[in-house]
Write a protein that binds this ligand. Structure first.
Ligand SMILES: NC(=O)c1ccc[n+]([C@@H]2O[C@H](COP(=O)([O-])OP(=O)(O)OC[C@H]3O[C@@H](n4cnc5c(N)ncnc54)[C@H](OP(=O)(O)O)[C@@H]3O)[C@@H](O)[C@H]2O)c1
Length: 293
């Protein structure tokens, strides 16, 4: 897609939104934050879409507080499914390309190898179900789409002053001198929002519409991820491994949700780095952008 393409970015202040903003800075782009547009307001969304008439819509908006979604499943469905349906309908009617993001939590984690795009989903949580419904609405409504599932996302916009992500939470707990317990029985691939955003642009440029898994490479448990963060940051907190059962989160999460970037590989585009390399870069970036500790 050429840089004259009018590009509407929804959720522009989020972790992925901020990275996409940079990646598409040379486009005729309109970055909209939650304050500018609430996607669950159908009338407002339609008005905004009509006004800007984008050729490309990048939707990063989501309700993804996974435990909260168990208590507010209707809200999860509104943001993650019904609002997405509206975007797909508008995109279909106006010939725009729709890029939308989904999650590894559409899987139940019972496989013992990375999940490809061809593996059947079976979400375990209200969040996962709502995200899968969003995927299905898009697939049913509009062919010119990219649905991109990712996993364990972290980006500079999630740095501590701006809402948090797993890395920032770990660093904060270590600074506070707290004992830190992290689950060792959920395996994933932590993924850099910066790398994902760059790859999104490459994929969108192919016009090869469809469903994609895009994560960094390698895999680890959340416990191993935490240990790597402290090792690279030169911190030595008391870090203990716990189990999902002992941790007792409200939502059930898959024990294993590593995604295989199979479609990306088939296109010759799966050159994302190992998660440890991406983590190293994030830790350097956050220091450069003002997180001093
Ligand atoms: N984070 C992860 O670990 C992870 C893992 C797998 C997949 N994903 C998916 O990746 C995508 C991006 O995630 P992220 O980590 O970048 O999330 P994020 O940092 O929370 O960004 C999402 C953005 O959407 C905005 N938003 C929320 N509800 C909205 C609404 N009703 N209308 C308009 N904007 C709204 C949020 O604004 P406010 O903060 O002001 O509400 C926020 O700026 C999501 O689709 C998510 O499901 C994330």
């Amino acid at each position: 897609m050429s840089s004259s393409v009018r590009t509407l970015l929804i959720g522009a202040n989020g972790q992925l939104g901020q990275e996409l903003r940079q990646v598409y800075a040379d486009h005729d782009s309109i970055p909209l934050t939650h304050a500018d547009l609430d996607v669950t307001d159908g009338k407002q969304s339609e008005g905004v879409l009509d006004r800007y008439a984008p050729d490309l819509i990048l939707n990063t908006a989501a309700y993804h507080r996974v435990d909260e979604c168990e208590d507010f499943p209707a809200r999860a469905y509104e943001v993650n499914a019904l609002a997405v349906r509206n975007l797909a309908q508008w995109a279909k009617a106006h010939g725009a390309v729709l890029v939308h993001f989904s999650t590894d939590y559409v899987f139940d984690g019972s496989l013992n190898r990375p999940y490809t795009e061809a593996d059947p989903p079976r979400p375990l949580s209200a969040y996962g179900i709502s995200k899968l419904a969003g995927e299905y609405f898009i697939r049913a409504i509009h062919e010119r789409h990219f649905v991109i599932r990712t996993c364990g996302l972290y980006g500079i916009a999630g740095s501590s002053g701006k809402g948090g992500n797993f890395i920032e939470t770990m660093l904060r707990l270590a600074r506070e001198g707290k004992e830190i317990k992290v689950v060792g029985d959920q395996v994933l691939t932590p993924t850099s929002a910066k790398e994902l955003a760059a790859k999104v642009r490459e994929v969108v440029n192919t016009d090869a519409y469809g469903l994609y898994h895009i994560t960094n490479n390698g895999a680890c448990s959340w416990y191993e991820f935490a240990a790597a963060i402290f090792e690279m940051a030169g911190m030595h907190p008391r870090l203990l491994e716990t189990s999902s059962a002992a941790f007792g989160a409200r939502a059930t999460r898959p024990a294993y949700s590593v995604l295989d970037n199979a479609t990306l590989r088939a296109l010759g585009l799966d050159d994302l780095r190992h998660w440890r390399e991406a983590l190293k870069e994030y830790l350097a970036d956050r220091l450069r952008t003002g997180e001093k500790e």
